[in-house]
Write a protein that binds this ligand. Structure first.
Ligand code: PEP
Ligand code: MN
Length: 294
């Protein structure tokens, strides 16, 4: 054990070779006890694991509220849903924008679940912040430096996804941008990286969980939905994430995945989500933790 810890210390020194320019504020050294990000009384980064779930995109009020009700019943404590969607093709559904935000507000009022929603542009921050309790910065924007600075100036917690091509160092520097502007409520999210492998949408990098937990005091969650891209893979990856020490999960669920306008093939059916939650409770217990219950 001592040997392993010694090895970890040496590695950290090698990675952060330059103490002047290394990411300081996010570093575990600066806050050994770890950060707990509070979202409407829900502690993220503590002993309890927080599950965020919901559709990839907000599509209709019915789709959102029905899905929200089902994830709440399954045990999720935060609702996800994108109103502004980063899509590869300009011809794909781009999200409902401000109308989608209003629907998120209604779903929150109906279910009591706080909301996480993506912001892609500095000009969207003010509006998304009116409806969301956590601002998500997506993989494709991990190094959108003006957006990171704007997020740092804002008071809301930030869910910062790992860039699909980003190294851990680059990821930590991105988080450092937010902290360096005064916002220390940052939740990191491993969502898979690009590798030579084509059998799944992305390659979920599970090494990053212990590595990030060792290098930073920020909470680390995992998105097994984008990480795999296929519904049948999601439960295994979600369970593995908890076993590997993740502080939470971000999972896509849709009340009718076959009708989804975005990412339907990776969305869990509400029943699957409920069954997965039962398994997650057991895994959490096995690693000395529990799933946060409202
Ligand atoms: C999302 O969570 O809706 C999303 C677009 O994910 P990512 O940025 O990880 O691709
Ligand atoms: Mn998605």
């Amino acid at each position: 054990m001592t040997l392993i810890l010694k090895e970890m210390e040496t590695r950290q020194v090698t990675i952060n070779a330059n103490p002047q320019t290394g990411p300081k504020l996010v570093s575990r050294d600066s806050k050994p006890e770890g950060t707990i990000v509070e979202v409407e009384g829900i502690p993220i980064g503590g002993k309890e694991i927080v599950v965020m779930a919901g559709p990839c995109a907000v599509e209709t009020l019915e789709q959102l509220t029905e899905t929200a009700r089902s994830v709440r019943a399954g045990g999720a404590t935060i609702l996800r849903g994108g109103a502004f969607k980063p899509r590869t093709s300009p011809y794909s559904f781009q999200g409902l924008g401000n109308e989608g935000l209003e629907m998120l507000g209604k779903a929150k009022a109906m279910t009591g679940l706080p909301v996480v929603s993506e912001v892609m542009d500095t000009r969207q921050v003010e509006n998304v912040a009116k409806y969301a309790d956590i601002l998500q910065i997506g993989s494709r924007n991990m190094q959108n430096f003006p957006l990171l600075k704007e997020a740092g100036d804002c008071k809301l917690p930030i869910l910062l996804k790992r860039g699909m091509m980003a190294t851990i160092d680059e990821y930590l520097y991105a988080a450092e941008y937010v902290l360096s502007r005064g916002n220390s409520s940052v939740i990191l999210c491993e969502r898979g990286i690009r590798t030579f492998e084509t059998s799944s949408r992305f390659t979920l990098d599970f090494n990053s969980i212990p590595v990030l937990k060792q290098r930073t005091h920020l909470p680390v969650i995992v998105d097994p939905s984008h990480g795999s891209g296929e519904r049948w893979i999601v439960p295994s990856m979600a369970k593995a994430a908890i076993a590997a020490g993740a502080d939470g999960l971000l999972i896509e669920v849709h009340y009718r995945p076959e009708e989804a306008l975005c990412d339907g093939s990776q969305a869990l059916y509400p029943e699957d989500f409920g069954m997965l939650m039962a398994d997650l409770r057991k895994i959490a217990e096995a690693v000395g933790r529990s799933i946060y219950n409202r």
